[in-house]
Ligand binder design. Sequence first.
Ligand code: AMP
Length: 193
Amino acid sequence: MLNLILFGPPGCGKGTQAIKLAEEFQLLHISTGDLLRNEVKTETPLGVEAKKFMDKGEYVPDEVMIGMISNKIDEFAGKVKGIIFDGFPRTTPQAEALDKLLEFKNTSIKKVIALEVEEEEIVERILLRGKTSGRSDDNDEATIRKRFNIYQKETAPVAALYAAKDLFTSVKGIGEIDEIFELLKAEIEQLGA
Ligand code: AMP
């Protein structure tokens, strides 16, 4: 399976690019943010609990996220050509759990690609997105900066785990959507996809 992780801070364009890449390479797109927002919308017990964290710009606990991904992998492994993970893993325990879950299915992550965008651009983009996204975590500058800080502290170190296995690369996340898409596509094509 061609399993990929699209990595990078909130607002770096992961969601937009993941949708395009999933279509191009016929992969299953798993966005944990979308899965959570769906739970929130349908007011499931998990959604009600998760909303408290999401509204504050904090991470939903690892056990919840790992359980959610585990179910998805069980549902789809072997039935799809590969999976593109968007917004997961975000912590070291999540990355370790993902490796194990994929190993059980006799597969693994083939590449982690980060989109590089700096903080000021992120804040600007998310505030703009907040005007139309309806997301409760996209409107307040302090919450956006908090999300970025949590990303730096909790998520950025995950890159080193994959770099140690020679699976990590990054591309510039600033420019036209199609330009960035071409950069990502070239990275994936190098894998022989
Ligand atoms: P996103 O759409 O990826 O920006 O995610 C929106 C929010 O959902 C995040 O700010 C977190 O509160 C929560 N979330 C999404 N993915 C994860 C994850 N892998 N671990 C913890 N929380 C997550």
